[in-house]
Design a binder for this molecule. Structure first.
Ligand SMILES: NC(=O)CCC(=O)C(=O)O
Length: 272
């Protein structure tokens, strides 16, 4: 499986509309020839731009979704478009809810929406996400089409940034058949060691590939950590970005995961 992670860097001076066009251009430029392109969490509204989130919220089929769907189609790739601040329909907003979710969107090479995942674990310890957004409740595992091998799919589990700290979510995804975990993030620089450590831990303990795309640059006073990474089911770092804007390209041998699970059958020793 050929994958490109686009580690987007941005600051406060780039308007959201300009960034959406710029990132769509990056998908069109770097996507062709890959099976999957992955973008970071909340790259359009700003991962830590809490004050702007309400104004920058959109429904799933809003302007960001439309531009990302077109970019996936033009590039002929499956696109994990990172996440948006989703403005949910009023019919899905219960009393006391904020009506906003941190929602990841995945499009197929035909531009159709394949999956949406609402972040389950909200980051901020009472401020930020828990104060402004509602927690997702659904574990999402989905078969993604491989654009360069028509008819073939790979089963992936979706999660977002802070979710990486909660191993039980990944066990659920494993039990639902996932062999790859996709993790967009806006993970800050001061804790980047946790980011790399946890991605390796999730890969090793579940014998799954981890594809984790972080943000770069500094916005809303928060320096992002970069170091987007792809970790094999054996726990080897197949690719690791630096700290700036970067496109990381990697070819993943999906057969290696099944071979490793057979060779070192640790999952068979679970006691439930
Ligand atoms: N956007 C996030 O979820 C940030 C998570 C984080 O900074 C951490 O877990 O540390």
């Amino acid at each position: 499986m050929r994958v490109a992670l686009i580690q987007v860097a941005y600051g406060d001076d780039e308007p959201m509309d300009a960034r959406i066009e710029r990132v769509a251009g990056l998908v069109r430029e770097h996507g062709p020839g890959h099976d999957l392109v992955v973008l970071p969490e909340l790259w359009a509204p700003g991962g830590f731009a809490y004050r702007e989130w309400a104004d920058r919220a959109q429904p799933i089929d809003g302007p960001i979704g439309q531009v990302m769907s077109a970019a996936a189609r033009d590039a002929g790739v499956t696109l994990h478009a990172g996440s948006i601040v989703e403005q949910r329909e009023s019919s899905s907003v219960a009393d006391g809810d904020h009506g906003l979710s941190n929602t990841s969107l995945v499009y197929g090479p035909d531009g159709e929406l394949i999956a949406a995942y609402r972040k389950i674990h909200r980051f901020g310890f009472g401020a930020g996400e828990p104060r402004l957004m509602d927690a997702g409740e659904e574990v999402v595992v989905v078969d993604l089409p491989l654009a360069t091998s028509p008819g073939e799919t790979v089963r992936v589990g979706l999660s977002t940034c802070y979710d990486l700290r909660f191993p039980e979510l990944y066990r659920r995804q494993l039990d639902d058949g996932a062999s790859v975990f996709l993790v967009p993030a806006a993970w800050p620089a001061p804790r980047v060691r946790h980011w790399t450590l946890l991605a390796h831990a999730r890969a090793v303990e579940n014998q799954c590939v981890v594809i984790a795309c972080n943000t770069a640059g500094t916005h809303a006073g928060t320096e992002m950590g970069g170091h987007s990474q792809v970790v094999s089911a054996k726990g080897d770092a197949l690719a690791m970005a630096g700290t700036g804007e970067e496109v990381v390209r990697v070819e993943i041998d999906l057969d290696e995961t099944a071979q490793w699970r057979e060779q070192f059958p640790v999952l068979a020793d679970r006691r439930l």
